[in-house]
Design a protein. Structure first.
Length: 128
């Protein structure tokens, strides 16, 4: 959608569902409710998925409707301002440091841990 293709791995799909469900299937910017159609909501990354160290970072990702996701891609300053407001300057700066720090583990190890975490979280949700 944004002009460059990055392989979507199984962990990406599960993590995206986790981010969107954590936000109650609503856009974190405009509040648009997508409970009836989950395909209208996306997991947006401040630092793109190419940055493996923040690919599955909860502070790097937002639940976004397609319109807000597009606006953030069109206006990086708008996206930055929103992230600083959401996280605070110190946490935003720490996110930037993490994004620019090599992952330090094999991708498969990271993916497996993300899948385990998300499955456990979804299981807990079903028990409620």
């Amino acid at each position: 959608m944004w002009g460059h293709k990055i392989k979507i791995r199984p962990a990406d799909k599960l993590f995206s569902e986790y981010i969107r469900s954590m936000a109650g299937w609503k856009c974190e910017v405009c509040g648009k409710d997508s409970n009836n159609d989950h395909s209208k909501l996306e997991c947006g990354h401040y630092y793109g998925r190419r940055k493996e160290s923040t690919r599955f970072d909860l502070e790097n990702c937002l639940s976004l409707c397609k319109n807000c996701h597009w606006k953030f891609h069109e206006n990086k300053q708008l996206h930055t301002d929103f992230m600083i407001k959401k996280l605070g300057k110190k946490r935003f700066d720490m996110l930037t440091i993490r994004a620019n720090t090599p992952l330090g583990m094999p991708k498969t190890f990271q993916d497996n841990n993300v899948i385990i975490f998300c499955k456990e979280w979804f299981k807990k949700l079903e028990e409620k």
